[in-house]
Ligand binder design. Structure first.
Ligand code: DGT
Ligand code: CA
Ligand code: CA
Ligand code: ZN
Length: 560
């Protein structure tokens, strides 16, 4: 459900950004950012609960948030919005472009948008400008390109919560989302919702508070743009065509083309209204009936990409896909000892409430200097974990760490310390721009470390913000397969990392996977459904996913 938390946190983040742009004190910037993160991750809705209960929210921030809850903004935010030109703010959306440079480009060169910046770089107008070497300019161009590509699509986390909000806001006999969202793609172009409902639903839809623009209004289909910029298509379909409509509008187009050909071969016709022989309906009410009539297994939506699933379904050879309830634990989570916002005890309790049989705490390691981690703190936490374990006889707590893979492939601690952890995740958190060869060697060295169990969020991408690092993934996955190092499927929706195409490649090299939430707050634990979506798009079964395995088998894989 849409909570006030997300909007309030976004406003506070914007305030932090504007505050930094106008030369505000770095310490306060960080405290705003931390509070915004805490609000977004707070389990209760702050329009109901007291925002002062959120960790890191003091009186001054609480006042701002209360004003925001009343009128959708606060005075200090309005002030800063007025002071920082829109052009400068547009520029800072370019990855790698900091606020100081943005202000310089705007004031000295009149550049007021990513497009204008791209043109200025291409025309050579910025050559020789102090602080903007050829490498920096090349990186900026890359950033602009990435911004344009990601411009219209959003990650699945944003789309899913909006779809759920829309469905909850409308009264219908039946309502569901289709399209790329149902196929669990990691980015979504627009949301497609189908409903069995009276035509008056269209009027209700257009009147919803999340509607910014009505793009097209009809009896059967209405398209709107929401205040967040994302488009939603609502279609009303006849109850008896529900299955055919879901099949058609779930797509993908390529999958549908392949299915329709099969129908044609039998002398039938398949449309969004049903499967027909002449005027006679063969199947239409459910997708299951349609696939069955075509002599196929039901194809789970994440597989519907014309990637071999049609042939496999005809032979009744579809794999038994891994499902959310198969997950027996989470092997990558944080607490407020580093950059999480919930305590160890609260995170573990929330993991237990999900029914897990094992749960790993993997706070950051010392080389990520910002987190101020030390060996002493890690050992003290290990003691706390051991004590907490007594409270949970039916869930095994694992004390782990998330290591940093240095440019040379080494990690934070030597073997004699690493081997005392129950599980070691190792991730790249810096030096993203290394060459393909160097990056490949870096990952292979990490896989070859006998204590590294899992490579965390391997490509390090952030959808819309940071591209994948460049590596020879065939070579990396070969090393992972050989050394028995699992690759992570990081379920955080803006990461979605590994992406499904690389998961498929890795599986081909015999790699096993760990589907992890990388939680920094309690609500993040539920992101596992997105990781499952990636795994399903890559055709994974429980054999491929180590954290679906019973405890003993999983521990044997970790080799502890
Ligand atoms: P997106 O929105 O870019 O993330 O991707 P989709 O797959 O949701 O694409 P969208 O919204 O254009 O259409 C939703 C589904 O409806 C699509 O997957 C298949 C079906 N569909 C839409 N238009 C056509 C069409 O012209 N031909 C066929 N065969 N199918 C279509
Ligand atoms: Ca769509
Ligand atoms: Ca659409
Ligand atoms: Zn990480």
């Amino acid at each position: 459900m849409a909570r006030a938390n997300d909007d309030a946190a976004a406003a506070l983040s914007e305030y932090a950004e504007l505050f930094a742009l106008t030369g505000g004190d770095a310490f306060r910037v960080r405290s705003y950012q931390k509070a915004a993160k805490a609000i977004a991750g707070f389990p209760e809705d702050i329009s109901v609960a007291d925002v002062r209960d959120v960790p890191g929210v003091g009186e001054a921030i609480a006042k701002k948030m209360e004003e925001f809850l009343q009128r959708g903004s606060f005075r200090q935010l309005d002030d800063l919005r007025g002071r920082v030109p829109e052009g400068v703010r547009r520029l800072t959306r370019v990855p790698t472009l900091g606020p100081k440079t943005a202000i310089m480009l705007f004031e000295d060169y009149g550049i007021d948008s990513p497009v204008a910046l791209g043109e200025a770089i291409a025309s050579g107008r910025l050559d020789g400008v102090k602080g903007l070497g050829p490498k920096t300019l090349a990186n900026l161009l890359k950033g602009i390109e990435q911004l344009e590509q990601s411009g219209r699509r959003v990650h699945i986390g944003v789309a899913m919560s909006l779809a759920e909000q829309v469905m909850a806001s409308l009264k219908a006999e039946r309502i569901a989302y289709a399209g790329s969202l149902r196929r669990m793609k990691d980015t979504i172009g627009d949301i497609d919702i189908l409903a069995v409902a009276p035509e008056s639903i269209m009027e209700d839809f257009r009147a919803q508070p999340y509607v910014a623009d009505v793009i097209a209004a009809g009896d059967k289909k209405t398209s709107i743009r929401t205040t967040s910029g994302l488009q939603v298509d609502l279609r009303v379909v006849p109850a008896q065509s529900w299955g055919a409509a879901m099949q058609y509008f779930t797509g993908s187009k390529e999958h549908n083309v392949a299915i329709r050909e099969m129908a044609v071969k039998k002398g039938w016709k398949l449309s969004e209204y049903g499967l027909f022989e002449g005027e006679t309906v063969i199947a239409s009410e459910s997708e299951e009936e349609i696939y069955a009539a075509l002599g196929m297994q039901f194809v789970p939506p994440p597989m519907r990409e014309d990637g071999g699933e049609v042939k496999a379904a005809l032979r009744h050879e579809l794999p038994d896909l891994v499902q959310l309830p198969d997950l027996k634990g989470d092997l990558h989570t944080h607490t407020n000892l580093t950059d999480g916002i919930a305590s160890l005890a609260d995170m573990v309790a929330a993991g237990h409430a999900r029914g897990y049989l094992y749960y790993a705490i993997t706070d950051h390691a010392p080389d990520l200097a910002m987190q101020r981690m030390t060996l002493d703190k890690a050992l003290e936490q290990r003691q706390q974990v051991a004590e907490l374990q007594q409270k949970y006889p039916d869930m095994r707590l694992l004390h782990g760490t998330e290591l940093n893979i240095a440019p040379d492939g080494s990690v934070d601690w030597p073997g004699e310390i690493l081997r005392e952890f129950d599980v070691c995740v190792a991730s790249v958190h810096s030096h993203f721009g290394m060459s393909r060869d160097e990056m490949t060697r870096r990952f292979i060295a990490a896989c070859e470390n006998p204590y590294v169990d899992i490579i965390g969020h391997p490509t390090t991408r952030k959808i819309g913000k940071r591209p994948q690092v460049d590596a020879d993934w065939d070579a990396v996955f070969r090393a992972a397969g050989r050394t028995g190092t699992a690759m992570e499927i990081d379920s955080f929706p803006d990461r979605s990392d590994l992406p499904a195409d690389l998961v498929r490649l890795a599986k081909h090299h015999g790699v096993k996977f760990s589907i992890d939430s990388d939680s920094h707050a309690i609500p993040h634990l539920a992101n596992q459904r997105f990781g499952i979506g990636i795994a399903q798009r890559a055709w994974l079964t429980t054999e491929d996913v180590i954290n679906t395995w019973p405890l003993e088998r999983m521990l044997a894989f970790l080799g502890r």
